[in-house]
Structures are given as structure tokens and as C-alpha cells.
Design a binder for this molecule. Structure first.
Ligand code: ATP
Length: 254
């Protein structure tokens, strides 16, 4: 049976990696951080990337998000081959098509929550209407904190501002690097519930790197890396216990 148009749209890959390699250094001293990673990330899904320390998770995230250029292979985001872009083109793509959420929030301390959320639009030379920015803050439950600076917000609130900032340009994909790494259990659950809702209710595509099996259990799919290659993946109902067991096996082997 032929897939319907809706099913075809569901199968669309927002991010595609083909044989992505990344070497650091040259000759005998070269370190192979990625040894040929091929993976697709479907629109409207949340994928977790896991693996032991040094397995290449951060390198993969940086290459997939256009923050670093792979030594070989291709990365396609929303139909654009990143290898075909100049540095300026890559900067524009990151600014307009990609959102970032980092472990350390990375908010600008001198700016208010509202100004931080407006920043990506301003950097892109676009209008940043106050109603739009306030609606983004309201969506993460911070309508009443618009005028606060990061120092006046809790860690969980700062991460929610960072999520609103990541989404303000309506990016094709959001990359999250240990998004709950600095949060307590309660704030972590809130943030993960929020990320999950963005995927379920708004069809946002999201890729996150994490060490934490509970965080990974919020994903639709978990991709495991070891020594710079994909060694396994789980999809469907992914429990924290299952992920923890796989990680323990990989850590023993590495
Ligand atoms: N700038 C660099 N120069 C040389 N080697 C590097 C560089 N960045 C990373 N590496 C090496 O590449 C490999 C993969 O590193 P990467 O940071 O991607 O792993 P990771 O899985 O994110 O690790 P962690 O969980 O500890 O953050 C490691 O062996 C690391 O030492």
C-alpha cells in the first residue's frame, strides 16, 4: 500500500547524517571522534543521543547542528546540505533554522528574560514584537517574569527562558546539550515535560545529548554511540531501566 501524504510528511527527516566523520589532529596523533555516523531524525520527534564519556556525543551534536564541520560525510538540515554553505551561510542557517538549549542555560546576564528571548530575532535583523516575545514566555509559564534578569530566576526558570529563546525563530530543529544537567529532579521533570509537549503538541523536532537514562526515557528514540559510531538504538517505549542497562554494558566494554 502506498503511504498517504500525511504519512509521507510524518516520515520526513528534518536532519540527516551520512557517514559523518570527525578527526581531531593529524597523523599518528589524530583522534577519531566520529568514525562514520549515518542517522536520520524524523520531523516531530525527540531523539536522545547517549553513550559513554568520550564516545563522540558532543562532537556529533556540534557537527549535526553546524557548529563544527565534519572531516567527511554530509549533514543535511531541513533540505540544506551544510557542506555547501560558506561560513556566513552556516551562521545564517544556525541563526534562523536551528535552536539551541545548553546545560548552562547561556543567557545574557545583563538582559531581561524578554530581551534574551528577543535576541535571536534581533540578531537576524528581524522585528521582535513584544506580544510575540511575551507569548513565547507565557508558553513556558513565565509571563510574569518578563522583566527579570537571569540572576533573579531559578535554574529551571532560566532554562525555560532558554527554551523560549530557542523557539522564537520557529526553528526546524532544536539541539539540546544535557538540558537538565544543572537542575534538581523537580525542575528537570518540568523541563523534560515541556520539551516533550513541544514535540507532541507543536511537532517540534528535537535532538538531545544526555548521560541520564531518565532524561533519555522522555525521547521517542535513543541512539547509542560508542567509540564514535552508532552501536544500537531503541525506539517506542523506552524505559529508564532499559537505557541504564544498555549504558552500563557499553561503559563496561569501553
Ligand atoms: N578539540 C578536540 N581535540 C582533540 N580531541 C578531541 C577534541 N574534542 C573531542 N576530542 C576527542 O574526541 C572524542 C569524542 O569526544 P566528545 O566530547 O564528542 O565525547 P562525549 O561523548 O561528548 O564525551 P563526554 O560525555 O565526556 O562529554 C574523545 O576521545 C575526545 O577526547
Amino acid at each position: 500500500m502506498q503511504p498517504t501524504d500525511t504519512q509521507r510528511a510524518d516520515l520526513k527527516e528534518t536532519v540527516r547524517l551520512e557517514e559523518v566523520r570527525r578527526l581531531y589532529g593529524k597523523g599518528d596523533r589524530a583522534v577519531r571522534a566520529l568514525g562514520g555516523v549515518t542517522a536520520g531524525f524524523r520531523a516531530g520527534t525527540l531523539t536522545a543521543i547517549m553513550g559513554p564519556s568520550g564516545s563522540g556525543k558532543s562532537t556529533l551534536l556540534h557537527c549535526a547542528a553546524g557548529l563544527d564541520r565534519p572531516t567527511g560525510g554530509t549533514v543535511v538540515i531541513d533540505g540544506t546540505d551544510l557542506g555547501s554553505l560558506s561560513e556566513h551561510g552556516l551562521t545564517l542557517l544556525r541563526r534562523e533554522r536551528v535552536g539551541f538549549v545548553f546545560q548552562a542555560f547561556n543567557l545574557v546576564s545583563a538582559l531581561t528574560a524578554e530581551q534574551n528571548v528577543a535576541l535571536p530575532l534581533r540578531l537576524a535583523g528581524r522585528a521582535a514584537p513584544s506580544e510575540l516575545v511575551r507569548a513565547a514566555l507565557a508558553e513556558v509559564g513565565l509571563a510574569d517574569r518578563a522583566g527579570h534578569r537571569p540572576s533573579g530566576l531559578s535554574g529551571g526558570e532560566q532554562q525555560r527562558v532558554a527554551i523560549a529563546r530557542a523557539l522564537i525563530t520557529r526553528p526546524a530543529v532544536v539541539f539540546a546539550d544535557e538540558p537538565t544537567g544543572q537542575l534538581d529532579t523537580r525542575a528537570s521533570r518540568q523541563i523534560l515535560g515541556m520539551l516533550r509537549a513541544l514535540v507532541d503538541d507543536h511537532g517540534q523536532t528535537m535532538i538531545m545529548v544526555t548521560h541520564d537514562p531518565v532524561t533519555a526515557s522522555y525521547a521517542d528514540r535513543v541512539v547509542f554511540l560508542a567509540d564514535g559510531v552508532v552501536v544500537d538504538e531503541y525506539a517506542g517505549t523506552v524505559t529508564a531501566e532499559l537505557v541504564a542497562a544498555r549504558m552500563a554494558a557499553l561503559e563496561t566494554a569501553s
